[in-house]
Write a protein that binds this ligand. Sequence first.
Ligand SMILES: NC(=O)c1ccc[n+]([C@@H]2O[C@H](COP(=O)([O-])OP(=O)(O)OC[C@H]3O[C@@H](n4cnc5c(N)ncnc54)[C@H](O)[C@@H]3O)[C@@H](O)[C@H]2O)c1
Length: 318
Amino acid sequence: MIEREIIHTTTASKRIFDVLQDFVQFLLLFLRIFLEMFVMLIQKVLPKSLKDISGEVVLITGTGHGIGRELALHYASLGSTVVCVDINEKNNLQTVQKAKRLNLGDVHSFICDVSKREEVQALADRVKTEVGPISVLVNNVGIMPTHPILQQSAEEIQRVFDVNVFSQFWTIQAFLSHMEEKNRGHIIALSSIAGVVGLSNLVPYCATKFAVRGLMEALHEELREGPYKNMIKTTTIFPYMTNTGLCKHPKVKFPSILGLLDPKEVAMRIVEAHRSDTLEATIPSCLLHINNWTRLLPDHCGLMLKDYIDSGVESDLI
Ligand SMILES: NC(=O)c1ccc[n+]([C@@H]2O[C@H](COP(=O)([O-])OP(=O)(O)OC[C@H]3O[C@@H](n4cnc5c(N)ncnc54)[C@H](O)[C@@H]3O)[C@@H](O)[C@H]2O)c1
C-alpha cells in the first residue's frame, strides 16, 4: 500500500517536472523569437548588407527574353560568370551579344528545352565541362496560357506544368551535385503573384506557380535538415505583372500605384533578394504583407478587397 503511494507520488512529481521543463523550453523559444524579431527590426532601418557575388557561376533559364535577359545582364554586371539557357537560340545569343557589347563579364549561351529531363541532364554535364560547376541556379523559365479553364486544351495544361514546374525539378536534380562540389549554392525560383492569389483566366498557370511555392518551401526544409545543412540557400520570388509581353491583355485599375513593372527593376529586386539571402519576396514587397493580412479577414471581406483592386489578365482568345 505504502509502496504504491510512493510510486504514485514519484510519477506525479515526474509529470510536474516534465510539464515545467516543456514550459521553460517554450518560454526560451519565445524569448529567442522575440530577440530575433528585435534584431530584424534594427536591420530593417540599417542599409541592407548584400553579399558579394563576383566569382559565382550563375545559371539562369529563359534568358532569351524578358526578366531572364535582364537577370543575365545584371548578374554579369556584378562580376558573376553567367550561363544563359534558353530554348530559343537566336534570342539567347542576342542576350550574350548584348552583355559583350556592354563589356559585361563572362557570359555563355546554352540551348536546352528545360522541360525535358534528359536535355537538362546533358546540359549539366556540358556546363560542368565547358564552364565549370555552377553555384547559383535561377529557375526563371515560364509560359502563361491565358484563357478560361474550359478553353485550355489538355496539351496546354500538360505543357504549362512541364515548363513551369517539372523543369524546376529537373534542374534542381541535375545541378545540386555542382553545388555539392563547390560546397555552397543558392537556388532561386520564379513563382508569381499568381502563386499567392488565384486569378481567373489563369487556372493552370496559378496552379503551377502555387506548385513552385510548395516545391521551394519543402526543398528549403529538406536542405535545412539534410546533408546540405546551411550549404545551399533558397529564394522564391513572386513578381506582380511585368512588362515583358507575357501578360498579353493586362487589366490594371490603378496604373499609377500598381502598374506593370519594368523587367530591369524586377531583375534588380531578384538579385537583391538573392544577395540578402531572403527566403521569399514579392515584388513589390508590400504585396506579401497585404496578402498575409487579407487571409486573416473573413472570406467575403478578402473578396471585396480583390474586387476593388480589380487587377489581372483578360483572356488572350478575345
Ligand atoms: N511577365 C510577368 O508579368 C511575370 C509576372 C510574374 C512572374 N513571371 C514569371 O517570370 C518568369 C519570366 O517571365 P518573362 O515575362 O520574362 O517571360 P518571357 O516570355 O519574356 O521569357 C521567357 C523565356 O523563356 C524561354 N523559354 C520558354 N520555354 C522554355 C523551355 N521549355 N526551355 C528553355 N527556355 C524556355 C523563352 O524562349 C523566353 O526567352 C516566368 O517564370 C514567369 O512566369 C512573369
